[in-house]
Design a protein around this ligand. Structure first.
Ligand SMILES: O=P(O)(O)OP(=O)(O)OP(=O)(O)OC[C@H]1O[C@@H](n2cnc3c(O)ncnc32)[C@H](O)[C@@H]1O
Ligand SMILES: [Mg+2]
Length: 202
């Protein structure tokens, strides 16, 4: 079935994570949409009750589109560590606790790896992006980037788990990478390319 195209105009970024909102606004830069964040509109942060990245991205995008009456774009993403059977996965934000402390979350990843007898592990980031319209129509895309967990943490760029993730073939972590470079090769960039092809190009 044909994908629905997004018309130029306002687009709600249905995320309460300032790091993500920054990256998504940068990715949307060239496409003539006017990003406005859920925080700016005072939209509530829905509880993420689904058991998949796409399920939670759809839940967040549909809630924001219905509440605002405008198309909305949500991102559900996370770090999946092979040595931890894919954890933290969809619980990546929750490992930061109430204070959203990703120093704590990264230490927890390292501690659990050590407990399972591993000092290193392959890992990947996943990003599900959903565009939703006020009538309930959704378009969803999933992107990935593969790499390894490094310890100790390195770099102060990006957000979340960036300082412990090194993409396969790179010598620097996402935390050490220039933000523009990360925008070109991340899990979010991968999902975004699919979304652009399907919904933003005429
Ligand atoms: O749900 P919203 O409001 O968008 O914000 P959130 O931070 O709760 O977002 P998620 O529920 O999708 O949780 C994803 C978590 O995974 C981590 N994460 C996702 N993408 C990342 C990236 O590019 N770099 C580092 N960590 C990332 C980060 O810690 C996020 O908090
Ligand atoms: Mg969340």
């Amino acid at each position: 079935m044909a994908h629905r195209k997004l018309e130029p105009g306002p687009l709600v970024i249905a995320s309460h994570n300032p790091g993500k909102v920054r990256e998504i606004a940068a990715l949307l830069g060239p496409f003539g949409v006017e990003p406005v964040s859920a925080g700016e509109l005072g939209l509530p942060e829905p509880e993420e009750t689904e058991d998949s990245f796409i399920g939670n991205a759809e839940l967040k995008a549909v809630a924001a589109a219905k509440a605002s009456g405008k198309p909305a774009l949500a991102d559900d993403s996370g770090l999946c560590v092979d040595a931890l059977d894919g954890a933290p996965g969809i619980y990546s934000a929750r490992w930061g606790g109430e204070d959203k402390d990703f120093g704590l979350a990264m230490t927890t990843v390292h501690k659990k790896m050590r407990e399972s007898g591993k000092d290193t592990s392959a890992a990947h980031f996943t990003c599900a992006l959903t565009l939703a319209w006020p009538d309930g129509h959704v378009e969803s895309f999933e992107g990935k980037v593969h790499g390894d967990i490094v310890w100790p943490i390195r770099g102060a760029h990006g957000f979340g788990y960036d300082p412990i993730f090194q993409r396969t073939g790179d010598l620097i972590t996402f935390g050490e990478m220039d933000p523009d470079a990360k925008h070109g090769l991340s899990h979010r960039a991968d999902a975004f390319r699919q979304l652009v092809r399907a919904c933003l190009k005429p």
